[in-house]
Design a protein around this ligand. Structure first.
Ligand SMILES: CC(C)(COP(=O)(O)OP(=O)(O)OC[C@H]1O[C@@H](n2cnc3c(N)ncnc32)[C@H](O)[C@@H]1OP(=O)(O)O)[C@@H](O)C(=O)NCCC(=O)NCCS
Length: 156
């Protein structure tokens, strides 16, 4: 495992096709290889217009996440909402705060666009992570990409 020094990790919005390819490569490792999500589900049409982040440690891409504006607010909500998704940090870099930084930056971006809340589909294994960031579960557990998920949301 590399020596993870959180301070050496820089997170910036994806600029250009090359950086988007690096973000997709992280997702390939985490979702397609590690979690066996089918490739045709992992890539979707939202990638073309989402706000993507890339976390880089000493020139190596190690994490990503994206924000997509929702066409309509979640049931029972009003205003413009966003959806956070495809949050992925390479295994060796987990539990050192990178995911939290990615999520906070996506929330900041949502606020700067006037969004009033964020909705996401959390894998059950990531539910505690999102709870710690103020997200609350809504509704019943459902299956997506072969794994149990819960809808969670947070007003900003
Ligand atoms: C979910 C994911 C993105 C979180 O990324 P991460 O970089 O590990 O996130 P953080 O380090 O900010 O927080 C993760 C946990 O580590 C803990 N942690 C953070 N900094 C820590 C530190 N310095 N030392 C020890 N633990 C720490 C946090 O408290 C948190 O605990 P929790 O899971 O009980 O809430 C990552 O686990 C991942 O890529 N998982 C696989 C893909 C996935 O499931 N994505 C989510 C789809 S919904």
């Amino acid at each position: 495992m590399p020596a993870v020094s959180e301070s050496s990790i820089v997170i910036t919005p994806v600029k250009g096709e090359g950086e988007l390819m690096q973000a997709l490569a992280i997702r390939e490792v985490v979702f397609i290889e590690e979690q066996s999500v089918p490739e045709e589900m992992e890539r979707d049409e939202d990638d073309a217009h989402a706000h993507h982040l890339l976390a880089v440690d000493k020139g190596h891409a190690i994490g990503t996440g994206r924000l997509v504006p929702l066409k309509a607010p979640p049931e029972g909500e009003t205003g413009t909402w966003g959806r956070v998704g495809r949050m992925a940090v390479l295994q060796a870099y987990r539990k050192s705060g990178v995911g939290s930084r990615l999520l906070r930056m996506l929330e900041d971006e949502a606020k700067s666009r006037g969004m009033v809340g964020i909705m996401l589909h959390a894998q059950l294994s990531a539910m505690e992570f999102y709870k710690r960031h103020g997200y609350e579960p809504h509704g019943a557990v459902f299956e997506e990409a072969g794994m149990p998920h819960l809808e969670m949301k947070r007003r900003l």
